[in-house]
Design a protein. Structure first.
Length: 312
């Protein structure tokens, strides 16, 4: 789907539009009827040479959207295209049976896009507002995704970020999984082999020299802290500090017995019941996952589910 040159190996639509030498079109889902592959507010970039970054369906409409994008570039103004239910294009069916309306904004203001990207990289929530008549863009601090007269707002949350602590294949496998899924992450471990395995997967790492939470790691409300230790004595000091942060998810690997021992140790350290209620464990959606791959998938699914609820 991404027909970009090797030099433009970006996978985010906004980054692609900023990096492109020529003109481009920002495609945005502005209305969904029934089931849909992507939510309202999802982006895709269509560049002047026909290459695309991102997707708005399971592959049903992207090629046709590229044709409409070229027309928008020629005409110079925003245009909307509808597929599925209520669409005039009866030859393009959506397998999900729903309806999808896409707003195409040719030559979006790169100054505004840069502001959005800078806020994203600084992990600051913002809202991109598009004038559907003129195509003008602006950035605001507040606003919910959806239409507002001739305006359309897209609320942009920072991506979920993972601070992973632990030792062994469970920790390195989980870090590699979130890295492959495109989530920002860091693995902190006292074990060199664990760190090396994560580094081979492209993860950022930090060597722990004692059981403590590194003060330089500052979680925000879109950060998950996950512990994978078999030596559970490492956990209480790290969790004690983590529970004082804004992290939306804090969890630790282990059985119910390990969880009870963990809670008792944290209670002795002064953590109250409200704090203990924030701590997830045993972690993951699959009970008693017994291999690193299954555990990693199970935990990632649980964290992402929590992130979706927290972001509503």
């Amino acid at each position: 789907m991404l027909n970009a040159t090797p030099e433009m190996s970006v996978t985010n639509p906004l980054d692609a539009l900023l990096a492109a030498d020529g003109a481009g079109v920002l495609a945005i889902v502005v209305d969904v009827l029934g089931p849909s592959y992507r939510p309202v507010g999802a982006f895709m970039a269509i560049l002047e040479d026909g290459s695309r970054v991102g997707s708005l369906s399971s592959g049903c409409i992207e090629a046709d959207l590229a044709i409409h994008a070229q027309t928008a570039l020629t005409d110079g103004g925003p245009t909307s295209v509808r597929y599925g239910a209520g669409s005039p294009f009866v030859d393009i069916a959506l397998p999900c049976g729903g309806g999808l309306e896409i707003l195409l904004v040719p030559r979006p203001d790169k100054v505004v896009l840069q502001q959005v990207v800078e806020r994203r990289d600084a992990r600051v929530l913002c809202t991109l507002t598009i004038d559907t008549n003129s195509g003008a863009l602006r950035v605001a601090d507040e606003g919910q995704t959806g239409p507002d007269g001739v305006l359309f707002h897209v609320r942009l949350l920072p991506p979920v970020r993972f601070f992973v602590f632990g030792k062994g294949p469970e920790a390195s496998t989980f870090a590699a999984l979130v890295q492959s899924a495109g989530y920002p992450n860091l693995l902190a471990s006292p074990d060199v082999e664990t760190l090396e395995a994560a580094e081979r997967a492209g993860c950022e790492t930090r060597h722990l020299i004692k059981p403590d939470y590194p003060p330089a790691l500052i979680p925000d409300p879109r950060t998950a802290i996950v512990l994978f230790f078999h030596d559970h004595e490492w956990e209480p000091p790290i969790l004690h500090a983590a529970l004082k942060t804004d992290a939306f998810y804090i969890g630790a690997q282990g059985s119910q017995r390990a969880r009870d021992a963990r809670h008792a140790a944290l209670h002795e350290m002064g953590v109250d019941d409200a704090g203990l209620e924030r701590l997830h464990g045993p972690i993951g959606l699959i009970p008693s996952a017994r291999d690193p791959k299954t555990l990693a998938i199970s935990v990632l699914a649980e964290v992402v589910a929590k992130a979706m609820v927290a972001g509503e």
